[in-house]
Design a protein around this ligand. Structure first.
Ligand code: AMP
Ligand code: MN
Ligand code: MN
Ligand code: MN
Length: 281
């Protein structure tokens, strides 16, 4: 590891297999063009993009790490656990993700009912029109529909006004259990990493309790440098990684050129003393 790592590893991004706007091959090509040499595609609760991404990575001469971002509910809060180096063919992982995904359709109907109640009609069909993979239907697809309708100027504004927790278009949802998600990832040979821990706004004591449970369940790492953290949070979560003995990960959480804070591969390096999640790859 050295200075060349700075633009090399990107271990969190999305394609049209979930709520990204680029196809798996386009994501890989963009990553390669940006200088990424090891890329993990981590679609929400979905492995379907990995085969095409692997093929594109072979063509582009970069390494594709098969990944996934599993939605869980912990203490009534939605949290994301990234699995890195999973086996897309593993039946335990695949069948359980299928189960997690299957609840998205009913949730979408409830979200659409909320928008109907706000006088914003046609959102169910509108959201599905933005979802190349209908099984992965999610809030980002609703957000893109509202932008298309001119109801808000951009996706971030839709979340702030309608789709974030506590807003009128938000519906609570029961995702997977923490210990189950970590177990599925491990069963398929992967390493479990807490995605963007700074995004959950957990009070410090709750965050420590969560990290303790995650570690006890077999979780190994946390994202320190991510497009969802401020530079101050890089330092904050670097300290927590040291305290808990977590491996550190780095990923843009790229969803699309017009939407994402961080482009593929465009993040600062991890603090040098942390052990990267890729240390033994
Ligand atoms: P879902 O899995 O349907 O709950 O959607 C979660 C996704 O919504 C995240 O992965 C992001 O793509 C998107 N998202 C969540 N919060 C925001 C936000 N504040 N601004 C933009 N996108 C967001
Ligand atoms: Mn997303
Ligand atoms: Mn996430
Ligand atoms: Mn993500």
């Amino acid at each position: 590891m050295g200075a060349t790592d700075a633009f090399t590893y990107d271990l969190h991004c999305h394609s049209t297999a979930s709520d990204g706007v680029l196809s798996p091959a386009q994501v890989v090509q963009r990553a390669a063009a940006n200088g990424v040499s090891v890329l993990a595609l981590t679609d929400h609760d979905e492995l379907a993009g990995l085969a095409a991404a692997a093929e594109a990575a072979r063509a582009a001469g970069i390494r594709l790490v098969p990944g996934v971002e599993v939605s869980i509910t912990w203490s009534d809060i939605s949290i994301h656990i990234v699995g890195l180096g999973v086996d897309p063919e593993n039946p335990t992982l695949a069948s359980n993700l299928d189960c997690v995904r299957s609840s998205r359709g009913r949730r979408a109907e409830r979200i659409a009912a909320e928008f109907d109640g706000l006088g914003i009609e046609g959102s169910l069909e509108g959201a599905y029109a933005h979802a190349e993979n209908p099984k992965a239907i999610g809030r980002a697809h609703f957000a893109r529909f509202l932008v298309e309708r001119g109801i808000a100027p951009d996706v971030a504004t839709v979340f702030r006004r309608y789709l974030a927790r506590g807003k009128p278009g938000y519906v609570p949802h029961q995702w997977a259990d923490l210990a189950d998600a970590v177990a599925w990832i491990r069963a398929s040979g992967g390493r479990a990493v807490v995605a963007h821990p700074g995004r959950y706004k957990l009070p410090r004591a709750e965050l420590r309790r969560f990290f303790g449970e995650f570690k006890a369940a077999g979780g190994e790492g946390i994202e320190v440098v991510t497009g969802s953290h401020s530079p101050e949070q890089y330092g904050e979560f670097a300290r927590l990684a040291r305290e808990f003995g977590f491996l550190a990960s780095r990923g843009s959480d790229f969803h699309g050129p017009a939407e994402s804070i961080a482009d593929l591969g465009r993040l600062p390096p991890l603090p040098a003393d942390l052990k990267p999640v890729w240390h033994d790859w």
